[in-house]
Design a protein around this ligand. Structure first.
Ligand SMILES: [Zn+2]
Length: 459
């Protein structure tokens, strides 16, 4: 059994793992490299395998860093099936079409600039266009959790719930040569909406994500208490409360908790606006899949109730509806993307409200270096939005406990069930994996940091 990682090797984006098992050529995930230019330029490198030679592609979940290079694979000749959960297929459609749109908008903008300086030959073509995404989506084939899928040559794949986002799975690859596990991204067992990940079976080799392998998340109870306190305090000042949020998972967790707080009378029943067409679509997908959630949500969905929709929720889908939120004079909670405030409709709300001392910004997600979100939580007094200089007078709050990723305890618990399997660490920063390797070593487990494009013999 052979492995070559073409992404998420000593970094957290670009997940793409190639296997040769009993003569079968498989790929698990084909994600986009995201972040600064040196990283995103890796998307232009050739794959360390021939896409047209692959027998099957398996996808763990719908985040862009796990699916964002699938259209590249198809453009380069892969014409076989892409196996994943049906909900991941639906999520992938939204995410990949959006990615194609953004890439093409960036390309058009860069091209216009380059034309003015006579350097249009230097502008990088988009990785793919909408029609490539449409062709990719046609190759998706639905699988179910915990039902072995025969891939031929004695190899089978079984998907198990990973508890990370809707449709997320870890994948077991069985063959006469042994069993390999690919963790994908594992969920936080203290998620307020997603049921816990399933426990794996003993295996010969395990590829494990290590995003937060060096930390322990704040407990769910402490996180929700803090969130409630911050909201109560923010609402006292009478202004708008802005919650920038990722469309997938974080928005649904926030809506679910806002609904519960309103029902318990902890916060007033004031208008809540979800100002994000993408988050609106994702919320509908969440409402159509009861089985992956905590019992309270699963039961509500089975009874036809809407656990992700507070009574006072309005969806702002059109631009007009979004603009109307600014006209609204009363107090309101606005949930909008993008999560790191690098684009999207949250920018309009920030522009209209950050300068008001009665407004509040409540940050519920990770803010990467170099983003507007990071500037704001680091205390910047002035920021530029749409070319305007905005003074920041609004109060700012950061809630750190919401996470869709397993922490160190979660990872150790999951790995415990893989018994003596050799551990291959992926999807993590080098410093984090170095620390995790030591912790695993102390527990009698051997772990290795996978290097990109290097072949490894497994089992
Ligand atoms: Zn993920």
């Amino acid at each position: 059994m052979k492995l070559i990682s073409a992404g998420a090797a000593q970094t957290v984006t670009g997940s793409c793992h190639y296997f040769e098992i009993n003569g079968l050529k498989l790929l698990v995930d084909c994600g986009l490299f995201q972040g600064r230019k040196e990283v995103s330029d890796l998307n232009l490198e050739p794959f360390p395998f021939n896409p047209s030679d692959l027998d099957a592609v398996l996808v763990t979940h719908g985040h862009l860093d796990h699916i964002g290079r699938l259209p590249v694979l198809i453009k380069q000749g892969y014409s076989g099936p892409i196996f994943t959960l049906d909900s991941t297929h639906k999520i992938a459609e939204v995410i990949l079409l959006d990615a194609a749109k953004i890439q093409n908008e960036d390309y058009e903008r860069d091209l216009r600039r380059a034309q003015r300086s006579g350097r249009e030959h230097e502008v990088q073509e988009p990785l793919y266009r909408e029609e490539d995404v449409v062709a990719t989506l046609k190759q998706f084939r639905a699988v179910s959790f915990e039902k072995a899928l025969d891939l031929g040559k004695g190899v089978s794949a079984t998907f198990y719930a990973a508890g990370h986002i809707l449709g997320s799975a870890f994948i077991e690859l069985d063959s006469p040569d042994g069993r390999i596990l690919c963790s994908g991204d594992l969920g936080n067992r203290e998620s307020s909406i997603q049921a816990d990940f399933k426990l794996p079976r003993p295996c010969d080799a395990v590829l494990v994500e290590s995003t937060y392998a060096n930390r322990t998340h704040r407990s769910l109870e402490a996180t929700l208490n803090e969130f409630g306190q911050v909201l109560k305090e923010s609402l006292k000042s009478g202004g708008k409360v802005m919650i920038p949020s990722f469309a997938l998972e974080r928005t649904q967790a926030i809506l679910y908790n806002l609904k519960k707080m309103q029902e318990r009378g902890e916060i007033p029943k004031m208008p809540i606006f979800l100002d994000s067409p993408m988050a609106t679509k994702m919320t509908k997908f969440y409402e159509n899949s009861a089985n992956e959630f905590i019992p309270e949500i699963a039961d509500a969905l089975k009874q036809g109730r809407e656990p992700f929709e507070p009574q006072t929720l309005s969806y702002a889908v059109t631009v007009e509806e979004s603009k109307n939120i600014n006209e609204y004079q009363g107090q309101a909670i606005i949930v909008a993307g993008s999560g790191m405030m690098t684009g999207g409709r949250i920018l309009h709300h920030l522009k209209h409200n950050l300068w008001r001392k009665e407004a509040s910004l409540v940050v519920v997600g990770y803010q990467a270096e170099g983003t507007l979100g990071r500037l704001l939580i680091d205390g910047a007094n002035r920021v530029r939005i749409f070319g305007e200089d905005i003074q920041v007078r609004a109060s700012r709050h950061t809630i750190n406990g919401f996470s869709a990723h397993a922490d160190q305890d979660d990872l150790l618990e999951w790995l415990n069930h893989t018994e003596k399997a050799h551990i291959y660490m992926v999807h993590g920063e080098v410093s984090v994996m170095t620390e995790f390797e030591r912790i695993l070593h102390d527990r009698g487990r051997e772990a290795l940091m996978v290097a990109r494009n290097q072949p490894y013999l497994l089992g």
